[in-house]
Design a protein around this ligand. Structure first.
Ligand SMILES: [Zn+2]
Length: 318
């Protein structure tokens, strides 16, 4: 097994690339579908690679992350996962996908490991998670195991529960706070519920204090979409003819004033909310997303796994 893909780490080169790539960004609002600003490139080895080897402690025999030995665990399952990271055929959000690399950081966090998806330790930790959730504890990432984990993630999003009994009404626009210009990607006028904005600002300050990589590009972790009125979204739906697709719902969480799209980088040539798999893979293996996965929960934010830029503040009722 290649130790070069054992650990989940920031990739400084990625942040440098982001700075260049953002120059080519053509903005579209959240969830606007897989239409990159140019023909989608092949998913390159760089895009699919799990972060390079920077283990906390290493020797010829083992790779350790903190106190965790990534080489110790279910090696047969690890081999299968290492393969399926790029090959698993499934459709977890209705749209067919190949490989589960996009979800690797979120899954690793869920099962409590910082070892990569192809490691023996990941397989063992996954087996423990499977066992705790009534699944066959084989340590193998399958469509069924992913579906179970997706259900856990979705249960943390109050908007989804609220929407089952009817699309939630938006808050009065006069009650919303304006996102400061320096926290708005491109300086757009954006609004959020005041407490959601305050939580975001605390999170942003923490991220920039903890991770120098996130200070290198002042656009990283700024907000590019926040509250959107039902009328605005309806007009967009009608214009684009995609009102209930995988990437756009007729009842968007953005109407609550609690959802926000946060710029976490973008593959060069793509917008920061392009749902093209290459772009999602790029974002989820960058430092900003990794920081969010590990820390956003402390500030009351829940992710939407399919769109790595989309986060919902769950600190007050919908
Ligand atoms: Zn969004």
């Amino acid at each position: 097994m290649n130790k070069g893909r054992k650990t989940l780490r920031f990739r400084p080169w990625a942040l440098r690339v982001l700075a260049l790539g953002a120059l080519a960004v053509v903005f579209r609002a959240c969830g606007s579908g897989p239409t990159p600003t140019r023909a989608p490139p092949q998913v390159t080895a760089r895009a699919t690679a799990i972060p390079p080897p920077q283990p906390s402690i290493s020797s010829d025999a083992t790779v350790l992350v903190g106190a965790e030995n990534c080489d110790a665990g279910l090696s047969d399952a690890a081999r299968r996962n290492d393969e399926s990271l790029r090959r698993l055929i499934f459709a977890p959000f209705r749209r067919p996908e190949t490989g589960w690399g996009v979800y690797e950081p979120l899954m690793a966090h869920e099962i409590g490991t910082r070892c990569s998806g192809g490691s023996a330790a990941f397989a063992s930790d996954l087996a423990a998670w499977q066992s705790a959730h009534g699944l066959e504890a084989d340590g193998v990432v399958s469509a069924a195991t992913f579906a179970a984990m997706k259900a856990v993630w979705e249960a943390r999003r109050p908007f989804l529960a609220a929407n089952r009994t009817g699309c939630p009404a938006p808050p009065p626009e006069a009650s919303l706070a304006v996102v400061p210009a320096v926290q708005s990607y491109g300086g757009k006028i954006l609004r959020l519920r005041p407490r959601a904005l305050a939580a975001y600002e605390r999170m942003l300050a923490s991220a920039r204090a903890a991770a120098p990589e996130l200070r290198a590009d002042p656009r990283l972790m700024t907000v590019f979409s926040a509250y959107r009125s039902p009328e605005y979204d309806a007009a967009r739906c009608a214009r684009d003819g995609n009102c209930q697709g995988v990437t756009r719902a007729s009842c968007s969480p953005h109407r609550t004033g609690l959802a926000m799209d946060i710029y976490l980088g973008a593959e060069p040539g793509y917008g920061p909310d392009s749902s093209d798999d290459a772009n999602r893979l790029f974002i989820t293996h960058g430092g900003a997303y990794r920081w969010m996965v590990e820390n956003a929960g402390r500030f009351g934010f829940a992710p939407y796994a399919f769109e790595p830029w989309h986060w919902e503040w769950i600190g007050e009722p919908i």
